[in-house]
Design a protein around this ligand. Sequence first.
Ligand code: NIG
Ligand code: FE
Length: 413
Amino acid sequence: MAAICITNIKLLVNTREQHHVLKGSELTDLPCINDAYLIVEDGIIASYGKMNSGADANKFGGHTIDASGQMILPAWCDSHTHLVFAASREEEFVDKIKGLTYAEIAAKGGGILNSARKLFETSESELLRLAWGRLQEVIQTGTGAIEIKSGYGLSVESELKMLRVIKKLKETSPIPIKSTFLGAHTYPLEFKENHAGYMDLIINEMLPVIAREKLADFIDVFCETGFFSPEETETICKAGISYGLKPKIHANQLNLSGGTQVGVKLGALSVDHLETMDDDAIKVLAASNTIGTLLPTAAFFLRMPFQPARRLIDAGCAIALATDYNPGSSPSGNMNLVIAMSCIQMKMLPEEAINAATNNGAYAMELQDETGSITVGKKANLIFTKPIPSLAFLPYSFGTNLIDKVMISGEFV
Ligand code: NIG
Ligand code: FE
């Protein structure tokens, strides 16, 4: 593949020679270069700098793209999605408008169980076709790396079916994908009174096959009142860890579930959701190496209080932002909306939100060596904005598509 030089970039965003997980006040530091160039070779960022530095841009003899007036950002890193699902659930959406709660819908066999029934009836090839379409859609909105969970299977056969779909997506996707096994999303009806029985299936029937076929990178548990207790979460995650799967946990969404504490204790890569946090959970997270992943579109869609981003950041936590793309609590995979909501409703600064959606999102998937910042050697997965007056204009103009083009591994999609 030929080399490309992008010239006259109004602002090259998140340029980092070195990178690490950004915690607390570090999140406000978003290094940028005005009037910049960027050279891509074989799909990889080869060099970048200031246009007038007389450096590589002027000596460049190959193909040039003029980005006058445009900003370039690292593509979004969406570290929490349930993008493989069989069908939408807008009938529950209407039920909620009429007054039913998420818990009430779940209790009458809706929610996750509804998605599991539909997934059971859908073939692997059809699931793949549907998920592929969603993947293309989110790439168009600037997502350049993504995590995808199982969890709508809830039986050995269906969980493996979901994970095989994710594996096929990985093999053909232009963007990096990480796979998470979420067999412990809810108890299937037949195991409602027999938790030990379902945990046995997860640990002794699902995990060995998943490990043998290399179907997952991480393990997840929905640690929540009425779903999996902290003790059950610990048992399942420890089994996953024994197969090399690091935990990424659904924690503190609906209740003070103890999910954050158990996640930190297990050395989880991330604890995700965090709508419901008290001082102890915040303190424990801040003192750990676990990333807190906030999913504001899920809070928005479920009409819940937003995650306490300011308290988390002020306490020194590492924060990532993700979509939670799924048919029940966030039927949108649009990271631009997540960033806007984080600034508007959670009072994150635009710089904090962009760092959380790129650098820290990459770390929350262990993809930090491939993506998440403008760094030599990382993939040229880039967002080209339309002409905009400032970076803050991105979240400020919520709902407006300000992306001109998306580049994945050096090619426009
Ligand atoms: O992340 N919280 C649990 N799981 C999903 C929702 C799943 C569903 O309703 O289908 C979430 O919000
Ligand atoms: Fe989720």
